[in-house]
Design a protein around this ligand. Structure first.
Ligand SMILES: *Cc1c(COP(=O)(O)O)cnc(C)c1O
Length: 494
């Protein structure tokens, strides 16, 4: 199976090349040309997480050998990294509604599931393409991605990782998680600016040919670890299939029954993975796209117009504070039956005017599968409160966006699973505010209180975080990014 560009502007490539390259050089994203189908018996087989992962990766990464795929799975998906061999956990909080906990990895957000395995994919992909360069991963982060990428790539041979986060623009927990990262190939910088400044800065570095040439002379190439890379998206398909298998195994649904997935969404990566699971044959009725106040996606699904000319809000679900949802492009490509011409025109318009509008046929196709809506910060807090009162279960602010929307749009005819994207311990102050109605500012005090309320052990990602040594305390100006990269890489790449 080969990978093609959503904008029809690149040749076919193998999966290892799509993963090495990250995105299509002239704009556009790599997508599989066809989708492997699951045997329906597999869905009632009770397969383990690792077995589902094997099925998905063998289907999509067709130029990897089974041995290579097993090596990646065994290295990434272990109890050492995820606390147990089940990797994820699913529990029913009321009849017909389950929570799919995706945050048992080393940094307490769902991004670990992909970022723990992606470095192995990348290492093998480079080998296959005879690429012996040192790969320097650059990441701009508003919080969760940075730490998950650091944990995934630290101490990986032939690679180093550099993270830029907005100085005073991430939570105390997120900052501590990043600056206490060990490893012999990691660098973390606080940038005097906001997230957009970091992101624009990193994009500028990718586009800086003189920097690339200079690094190449030392055998170093730049790469990215964000969700435009197929190597990050593909592992996320696995847990939607596993979720269905577990519902069947636990007799919560009968084999063949359709279910809904509700997903708190920012960059549209996680929800897109659920759409691929549907295309592989998981009986999914609706995908429920839950936005926060930065509701560029729910507006798009309501009106058929994607418009990022709008105010940006900082909310209590910060990992969804995003106005450019990169992976929507892949979804539009699929829903228009691979109409690269249309997609190309829309994204040209987005680049020049910040907006595009889809036609009636496309809207109809989307409406048959997507439900959407947005949830404000007060409703997030009241949902945390209601969920705790009704079931004793404590959810984080992002997951609460999903639950709130399900409550508003439901009850549904079909069993519904809400993707839980972060551990409540990662956003303790806001979570505790939801439960007790008070304002809080000491994350560690809140962590202890949530532990007492939820009777769940503190997540290892935040446990004793305050006592760990700080390895990265640099604060830089935006203008210093390039120098920092050159200097750090001299050290990191040897
Ligand atoms: C990244 C993130 C999201 C958004 O996921 P997308 O794939 O970008 O839609 C939601 N919740 C949390 C906690 C995240 O870290």
């Amino acid at each position: 199976m080969v990978y093609i560009s959503t904008r029809g502007n690149y040749q076919h490539v193998q999966s290892s090349m799509a993963i090495s390259m990250g995105m299509v050089p002239n704009g556009g994203l790599f997508v599989p040309e066809s989708i492997p189908r699951l045997d329906q018996n597999f869905l009632s087989s009770g397969a383990s997480y690792q077995a589902v992962a094997r099925e998905v990766f063998n289907g999509f990464l067709t130029d990897f050998t089974s041995e290579e795929i097993d090596l990646c799975i065994n290295s990434a998906y272990s109890s050492k990294n995820f606390g147990s061999d089940s990797i994820i956990n699913q529990l029913q909080i009321e009849p017909g509604l389950s929570i799919l906990e995706l945050w048992h990895g080393p940094t307490a957000a769902f991004k670990d599931v992909a970022l723990q395995i992606m470095p192995y994919f990348l290492q093998i992909s480079k080998k296959k393409n005879n690429n012996s360069a040192h790969t320097a991963i650059l990441v701009a982060t508003s919080g969760d991605t940075g730490k998950a990428a650091l944990e995934g790539f630290k101490n990986c041979d032939g690679m180093s990782i550099m993270v830029f986060y907005p100085h005073e623009g991430v939570s105390e927990i997120q900052k501590l998680q990043m600056i206490t990262t060990d490893g012999n190939n990691t660098a973390v910088f606080a940038v005097k600016g906001n997230f957009d400044d970091c992101q624009t800065g990193v994009k500028k570095m990718f586009g800086d040919q003189s920097l690339r040439d200079l690094l190449l002379q030392s055998g170093i190439e730049l790469s990215s670890a964000n969700s435009i890379n197929w190597g990050r998206l593909c592992p996320q398909i696995v847990y939607y299939i596993k979720s269905y298998i577990d519902l069947v195994a636990n007799h919560q649904i009968a084999p063949g029954d359709a279910i809904n997935f509700c997903i708190p969404t920012g960059n549209f990566g996680n929800i897109l993975a659920a759409y691929y699971a549907k295309m592989m044959g998981v009986p999914i009725k609706k995908l429920i796209c839950a936005s926060n106040k930065n509701r560029v996606l729910s507006d798009f699904f309501a009106k058929g117009v994607y418009d990022c000319n709008r105010r940006f809000y900082r909310t209590n679900s910060p990992s969804m504070d995003i106005l450019i949802s990169s992976n929507l492009e892949r979804f539009l490509f699929e829903i228009t039956c691979h109409n690269a011409e249309k997609v190309h025109a829309w994204y040209k318009s987005l680049n020049s005017t910040g907006r595009f509008e889809v036609d009636a046929t496309t809207r109809q196709a989307i409406e048959s599968i997507v439900l959407s809506g947005w949830v404000d910060e007060d409703e997030v807090l009241s949902t945390i409160n209601n969920t705790y009162k009704a079931s004793g279960y404590v959810v984080d602010t992002h997951t609460a966006v999903g639950i709130a929307l399900c409550k508003r749009l439901g009850p549904f005819e079909h069993y519904t699973v809400v993707a839980s994207t972060a551990s409540p311990y990662k956003f303790s102050c806001d979570v505790l505010s939801g439960i007790d109605g008070l304002k809080h500012d000491d994350e560690f005090e809140c962590i202890d209180k949530i532990a007492a309320l939820s009777k769940k052990p503190v997540h290892s990602a935040v446990f004793q975080l305050r006592k760990r040594s700080v390895f990265h305390d640099s604060v830089i100006d935006i203008s210093q990014m390039k120098d920092c990269i050159i200097k750090s890489l001299k050290k990191l790449a040897g």
